[in-house]
Every structure is written in structure tokens, then in C-alpha cells.
Design a protein around this ligand. Structure first.
Ligand SMILES: [Zn+2]
Length: 177
């Protein structure tokens, strides 16, 4: 779905903004290089415009952080109300290691939701459904000692009350990786 400027409107907004930033970045470099022509004849006159483009680049960058967070939540997500981190025998969501691990327990809306949430994970996690407590369905996500930071990150990203594939993917990687 491309518009007349060849912008693919079906893509996430943060990607579109990023592509616009790339163009502005190129434009800024071109203006700078033009300034060097004819013994820097127009350099001083062009510099303020180069500066203006730098401001636009920075503003778009910070707006895009907000858009990214918003899109992360707005994409199809399921209710997931974390009760915090405890410990239980649930496989690590990063490496699959079993045994007693740290884990997030969260209330979810239905057993059916739980099955869908489980598909976000490479290693199946634990759906805790009890016939005598049909309204208190819990979903449990494990994290081994080595991946405790990933589990904490997941818990943090879900603290608004929902979960989706992007959030799980994001938690599998730490920011410095
Ligand atoms: Zn692990």
C-alpha cells in the first residue's frame, strides 16, 4: 500500500519515520557538501539550514521513541497482569532450562488466551488453570539464573497489563546485545 511518495503505508509508523529521517540525513549531508563548492562560497549561508535539519532529526528521533512504545502496546496483545516474580518449576523462556527457576505469575483472561500467549514462546510455558478457580487463570513464565535479567525485563515490559509477541521478542535480547 504505497502512497505517491513511495511510502509504504502498511508499515509500522516508527519505520516510516525512520525512513524519513534517513532522507533528511542525506539531505543534510548534501547541503554540507554543496557548501564546500566554489571555495566554500555558500557555506556560511547554508550552515543554519544544516542546523535546522539537525533539529528536525533530533525531534523526530525522540518522537519516534514514543511512537515505538505506543505501537508495541497497540499491536494485538492479551491481558497479562503480573503478580511479580517468584520461583517455581517452569522452563526458562530464553534457553528452556528446567528445574526450579524464577518465574512471573500473571493473571490472564481465559484458557484460550493462555494457549495463544504460549505461542509467543519458543519453549512452552505454564498455563495454570484450575477447574475450581475458573476466573483466576494464571500464566507462568520461567527464567533461569543466567536469564533472570531477561525475565525482569519481560516483567517490566508487561507492567501496563498486557503481553504480545513483540514484548516477548524484546525480552529475549538485552539492550547491550
Ligand atoms: Zn535460561
Amino acid at each position: 500500500m504505497k502512497d505517491k511518495y513511495d511510502l509504504d503505508m502498511s508499515k509500522p509508523v516508527c519505520e516510516l519515520i525512520e525512513s524519513v529521517r534517513d532522507m533528511i540525513y542525506d539531505a543534510r549531508c548534501k547541503i554540507r557538501n554543496i557548501g564546500y563548492l566554489n571555495d566554500n562560497r555558500w557555506k556560511e549561508r547554508l550552515e543554519p539550514m544544516e542546523g535546522t535539519l539537525s533539529c528536525v532529526l533530533i525531534s523526530l528521533y525522540s518522537l519516534n521513541e514514543e511512537i515505538y512504545e505506543w505501537e508495541l502496546r497497540a499491536t494485538k496483545s492479551f491481558a497479562f497482569r503480573s503478580r511479580g516474580i517468584g520461583s517455581e518449576s517452569v522452563p526458562c523462556f530464553c534457553c528452556g532450562a528446567g528445574g526450579l527457576n524464577s518465574n512471573i505469575s500473571a493473571f490472564i483472561s481465559s484458557e484460550e488466551d493462555g494457549e495463544k500467549i504460549n505461542k509467543f514462546f519458543k519453549f512452552p510455558q505454564k498455563l495454570d488453570y484450575r477447574d475450581y478457580e475458573p476466573n483466576r487463570i494464571q500464566f507462568k513464565v520461567g527464567g533461569c539464573q543466567r536469564h533472570l535479567l531477561n525475565l525482569q525485563k519481560l516483567n517490566h515490559l508487561c507492567n501496563w497489563g498486557g503481553i504480545n509477541q513483540e514484548i516477548v521478542n524484546k525480552s529475549l535480547k538485552m539492550d547491550w546485545e
